[in-house]
Design a protein around this ligand. Structure first.
Ligand code: GLA
Ligand code: ZN
Length: 685
């Protein structure tokens, strides 16, 4: 494996589409000149190049690609080589329409767009296998090729007869008998009992959406199908003789796939990051927090450094309003990725295309074709800086705290009817009416403000290395989570649980018990009822020790205490005085229970005190971080690096509590001065 190359330096570069410019040797030559000028050392090539690689069925044209890869390599630029399966050539769609996707309306698409293919179609799989294997045979041992970029942003789903049949096979494998399926899906409700697997259709707007077990299993199946397709592509490049590591570009919190299931197929995780910078220029923290959490989620999949595969130089072209990155923001947002464990800064795209839908998407090189732009200069400066950060590539982020974010739990919460409902958009699926995602981010925000590294793990992960695990809204229980959390606390861990936890099993079937199921002795309480509030209604959590009040929204759980100690109570409604925050000893550890949805002010105060108690490592020791400034920590075999980031448009200066040496200048530092949107990297002594 060529891990050595990936660990030797920060990669800097991005999506490069020379196949759009094969008739312009002058442009291809200029590309190399500008890549060298901007300190680019990696180009992701061939992502949507199938039509150029196989212009007609069975006729492969790889010579142009060889020239490109050789030329890049001769000029010190590595190739991240893509398999072209993210979009198919016209001839294929016309000759074999079965490669095209069928939508939830059960109508087959026409040729067009990308990601418009069936992951089951044997013909598509065969064509993908052939071209992937041939690419591997020809280029898989080329010294310039350091990484396989499998397809592009796998996503979406297909409802064709073949996929439907695969779904039925998947169900048969999972349940064994139709009786077992009927029981877990509770199909006797509304007389939806099946008598054979052949009768089952996927969930579709004009058909069945009310059987929650069906909807969940379909979404799991879609993940498994996609992982299977990804594994197929990996097998094809291995069959071609290449042992170069594989990745695929994921999409952060994208709802459609459970990315933790890609853990074993991918050798390295990479992802595409497009935050809405400057949505609120006076306070970038919301955007910064969401981007930071996304990086942490992606890193947590393999608990290893990852690659930032795409980000935009300048402005994207698909956000509602496509703002420019203000001077300095490009470097800050790029180094934010590095701070959270990325070993690269890569862009979509190297050069703007002349036509089609992305012609105005930000790029390193614009239609002017020169390096004479503000963005090019900023990218060049960043490229230079990245060259000096080699030492960081051997380090990673090793948090002592984790927040559980679980895709399947999210799906179950989204479709659950009750408590909080909103309009049914998104193909009959409600759109996060329970606010699971913002709740995750609210918990996360406290750690960002304190500069405490945190993992975002799902229920399949191992929690034993953490001091603190936070499990917001653990509605669904799967992957033996009850036992795992119990032993985590028993062995001395600290757990924070919340309202609306432990209601259903992995098939969304309610437990016949008070909730949280299997954890009542762990928290020393049980929930008897839960109240839901309209958006304009509030309650308050009042701390018993000092009377501090925090606003509560959304959901208020009314719990009965057995052994827990009450730390705070509700101030309002018929449950005023009932417990709102509790603490319980269990084995060698402690379990807190937050009964209602609190805001970021509460989480900051609560986790600030708790992490001090637990002595959870802060990136900058006990330094008080100014507003909109955070610090991250990468731990290497020989050194620790603190990356301090200023999300303010103004300079900031504060005193560090830890002894620091500036990694880039060697200067010993006690007062940290940061430029507007500035980033500094320190050795932690
Ligand atoms: C995605 C895709 C790219 C490009 C960018 C535009 O991340 O992978 O091909 O379309 O979006 O932002
Ligand atoms: Zn299909």
């Amino acid at each position: 494996m060529k891990w050595n190359v990936l660990n030797e330096q920060m990669l800097h570069g991005g999506d490069y589409n020379p196949d759009q410019w094969l008739d312009r040797p002058d442009i291809l030559e200029k590309d190399i000149e500008l890549m060298k000028a901007s300190h680019v050392n990696a180009a992701s090539v061939g992502i949507f190049a199938w039509a150029a690689l196989e212009p007609e069925e069975g006729r492969y044209e790889f010579d142009w690609l060889e020239k490109i890869i050789n030329n890049l390599y001769d000029n010190g630029i590595y190739t991240v080589l893509a398999t072209p399966s993210g979009a198919r050539p016209v001839w294929m769609a016309l000759n074999h329409p079965e490669v095209l996707r069928v939508g939830p309306d059960l109508v087959r698409n026409h040729m067009g767009a990308r990601h418009n293919h069936c992951y089951t179609s044997p013909y598509y799989r065969e064509k993908v296998w052939n071209i992937d294997k041939k690419l591997s045979e020809r280029f898989g041992r080329h010294p310039g090729v350091i990484l396989w970029h499998l397809s592009n942003e796998y996503g979406g789903e297909c409802y064709c007869p073949l996929c439907q049949q695969e779904f039925r096979n998947w169900l048969k494998k999972k349940y064994g008998t139709i009786e077992a399926l009927n029981k877990q899906w509770w199909t006797s409700f509304w007389s939806h009992t099946y008598s054979s697997f052949d009768q089952i259709e996927p969930p579709i707007p004009k058909g069945e959406l009310s059987v929650h077990g069906l909807v969940l299993d379909w979404r799991r199946f879609v993940t498994d199908r996609t992982v299977d397709f990804c594994a197929w592509e990996k097998a094809a490049v291995r069959a071609g003789g290449s042992d170069v590591p594989v990745t695929t570009n994921l999409m952060g919190f994208y709802d459609g796939l459970n990315y933790f299931k890609f853990r074993d197929v991918l050798d390295i995780v990479s992802w595409d990051n497009y935050p809405f910078w400057h949505r609120n220029p006076a306070d970038e923290s919301d955007t910064a927090i969401q981007a930071a959490a996304s990086h942490d989620l992606m890193r947590s999949i393999k608990q290893e450094p990852f690659l930032l595969m795409e980000s935009v130089p300048g402005a994207v072209n698909w956000q509602p309003v496509c703002r420019l990155k203000k001077p300095g923001m490009h470097e800050l947002s790029s180094l934010q990725a590095v701070a959270h464990g990325s070993n690269s800064v890569q862009y979509f795209q190297w050069r703007k295309s002349r036509g089609s839908s992305e012609k105005f998407h930000g790029a390193v090189v614009g239609h002017d074709g020169t390096g004479n732009t503000r963005m090019f200069r900023e990218i060049t400066a960043l490229g230079k800086r990245l060259e000096n950060l080699k030492a960081l590539t051997a380090s990673t982020v090793k948090p002592e705290a984790a927040i559980i974010f679980d895709w399947e739990n999210r799906w179950a919460l989204d479709q659950m009817q009750g408590l909080l409902n909103n309009s049914f958009e998104n193909m009959g699926r409600p759109n996060d009416p329970k606010h699971y995602f913002p709740t995750i981010l609210d918990n996360y925000s406290a750690f960002w403000r304190m500069g405490i590294p945190v993992d975002l793990v799902d229920m399949s992960c191992d929690f034993s290395s953490y001091k603190l695990v936070i499990a917001p809204m653990l509605y669904m229980q799967r992957e033996n989570i009850v036992q795992k959390l119990r032993s985590f606390v028993e062995n001395g861990g600290t757990l924070v649980g919340t309202y609306w936890s432990g209601l259903v099993n992995e098939n969304d079937l309610c437990h016949q018990s008070f909730n949280p199921f299997g954890m009542q002795d762990l928290f020393g309480l049980y929930s008897e009822e839960i109240d839901a509030l309209w958006p304009d209604q509030k309650n308050w959590l009042v701390m018993k020790d000092d009377g501090r009040r925090y606003e509560l929204t959304d959901l208020c759980d009314i719990v009965k205490i057995s052994t827990a100690e009450v730390l705070a109570c509700y101030a309002d409604d018929f449950y005023a005085g009932a417990p709102a925050l509790t603490k319980n000893s269990f084995g060698k550890g402690t379990a807190y229970y937050l009964a209602a949805r609190a805001g970021r002010d509460f989480f900051f105060d609560f986790y600030n005190a708790l992490t001090k108690d637990l002595d959870v490592t802060r990136s900058l020791g006990s330094s008080e971080l100014p507003a909109n400034v955070t610090a991250s920590l990468r731990i290497g075999p020989d050194a620790q690096f603190v990356i301090v980031q200023n999300y303010n448009a103004a300079p900031v200066s504060f005193t560090a509590a830890a002894a620091l040496t500036d990694f880039e200048t060697g200067e010993a530092v006690s007062v940290i001065n940061l430029q507007p949107y500035g980033v500094r990297i320190f050795y932690k002594n």
